[in-house]
Design a protein around this ligand. Structure first.
Ligand code: GTP
Ligand code: MG
Length: 198
């Protein structure tokens, strides 16, 4: 799929104020700093469409980006960022869970996982939560440029093992990406194209 246009539409902290148009949308979620905003920029071929930072906690709101005038990419705040206050954290979590539980336009969540790390409880908990609320999701392993190519399969296999140990029957659909090297871009866009066509 070719990305012809990518425009920022709105940021907010209230799922009920997200765009009303009945267009399919894909949301990026995962731990702070895992590379959600960078991946949106990589997919859309824009350097600064979504704000990124080396410091965790950059994205704090629900951000809608309209692509090719007919679907949305949604950048979300990360979870697991210890430095935000407990109160901010609760508000964060409430509007994020509202988003996942109420957003009818959401056709697929992309859960981002840093490919270098062993499976983290917080990610497994979030994946289990998506299962419970029956939101379709895929896994995206990020920062693949940070490990040697030969190790990628072993990291993915280790993650699969962790999921199976967490009562998942199979590995969900997954992608390996690097925003630095545009790895995985064609595969992800082809996936979105397919889902949009359904
Ligand atoms: P929050 O908004 O804080 O939740 O973070 P985020 O998940 O949106 O992460 P962001 O895209 O801001 O990236 C965090 C840091 O990781 C930045 O320094 C990025 O340059 C870096 N980064 C993101 N993706 C990649 C990647 O594929 N490869 C490498 N090497 N660095 C990356
Ligand atoms: Mg971000």
């Amino acid at each position: 799929m070719k990305i012809n246009t990518a425009e920022f539409i709105i940021s907010n902290s209230d799922a009920s104020k997200c765009p009303k148009e009945p267009l399919p949308e894909y949301a990026f979620i995962g731990r702070s700093n895992v590379g959600k905003s960078s991946l949106i920029n990589m997919l859309t071929n824009h350097k600064n469409l979504a704000k990124t930072s080396g410091r965790p906690g950059k994205t704090q709101l629900i951000n809608h980006f309209k692509i090719n005038s007919n679907w949305f990419l949604v950048d979300l705040p990360g979870y697991g960022y210890a430095r935000v206050s407990k109160k901010t954290k609760d508000v964060f979590q409430q509007f994020i869970t509202d988003y996942f539980e109420k957003r009818e336009q959401l056709v697929c969540a992309f859960v981002l996982i840093d490919i270098r790390l062993e499976a983290q409880k917080i990610d497994l908990d979030f994946i289990n939560y998506l299962g419970e609320i029956e939101v379709p999701f895929c896994l995206i392993f990020t920062k693949a440029d940070k490990i040697s190519r030969g190790k990628i399969d072993a990291h993915v296999a280790a993650y699969r093992k962790a999921l199976l140990a967490n009562n998942w029957e199979e590995m969900p659909q997954h992608f390996v990406t690097s925003s630095l090297e545009s790895t995985g871009r064609d595969e992800l866009l082809a996936f979105i194209d397919d889902v949009n066509a359904q």
